[in-house]
Design a protein around this ligand. Structure first.
Ligand SMILES: [Zn+2]
Length: 238
């Protein structure tokens, strides 16, 4: 029988359970969540191991980096991780890792990223089975309409993490303008572009003609754009 060293860790986003195997991190999750038992059982089964509550260097370093991340000082983790799951799950988790700090993606984006556009539901389920939260950033996945979808730590925590990242990775207006019409969806719902002359608001990736810079205003959300009297573009349908 092998050992997974675990520690519980109270943070401002809730109590976490951390686990290391060898000198890699295999678990960073909410102590109380749906699927807690099924995630734990998968790790124990696949690694033929038991949980022992004992600290390790990897767990210490993980706690330090979590603190730095939550205070906005860290945008990237440098802990060696061990993914425990099926090949498909690992594919999805690797795709998740490619969603950068401050960005969001949808299940469909992930499915496309692994060249399996039809596997959206399986992708969603692999996302939910993630046992290394924050580092494998399942909190950066949103619904295709921009709504938040479920999260192991609860929607409030998810919102908090996304806001933290958004705040720390603010683009300048010049940078935002560069992305207009790039057809790159990674900034969709991160900001909204509105055009003063047409009174229409768009997603950054909209394929309609790029407006002149002096006519563009940026909003964080479509709600704000609507509040300021703009209506949705019929091309990108934000
Ligand atoms: Zn548009």
């Amino acid at each position: 029988m092998n050992t997974i060293n675990i520690q519980y860790y109270k943070t401002k986003i809730g109590e976490l359970i951390l686990g290391s195997f060898g000198n890699k991190l295999c678990l960073l999750d909410f102590r109380y969540r749906r699927m807690r038992t099924s995630v734990d059982n998968r790790l124990k089964r696949e690694l033929n191991a038991e949980y022992i509550e004992q600290d390790t260097n990897v767990l210490k370093e993980t706690r330090k980096q979590i603190d730095e991340y939550l205070s906005g000082e860290r945008v990237e983790f440098t802990i060696p991780i061990l993914m425990v799951g099926s090949d498909f799950q690992k594919q999805v988790w690797n795709a998740l890792i490619s969603v950068n700090y401050g960005e969001v993606a949808t299940y469909l984006d992930l499915a496309k990223n692994i060249n399996n556009e039809k596997a959206v539901r399986a992708v969603a389920s692999a996302n939910g089975a993630n046992s290394i939260g924050l580092i494998i950033p399942c909190h950066r996945i949103i619904g295709s309409d921009g709504d938040l979808v479920g999260y192991g730590g609860g929607l409030q925590v998810k919102k908090r993490l996304l806001n933290l990242e958004k705040k720390n990775s603010k683009l300048t207006d010049d940078e935002k303008y560069e992305f207009i019409g790039s057809r790159n969806k990674k900034f969709d719902f991160k900001f909204i572009t509105a055009v003063k002359t047409t009174r229409i608001y768009c997603l950054p990736s909209c394929s309609a003609k790029k407006p002149n810079k002096e006519n563009v205003v940026f909003y964080d959300t479509k709600k704000e754009a609507i509040k300021n009297g703009y209506r949705a573009c019929e091309v990108c349908n934000p």
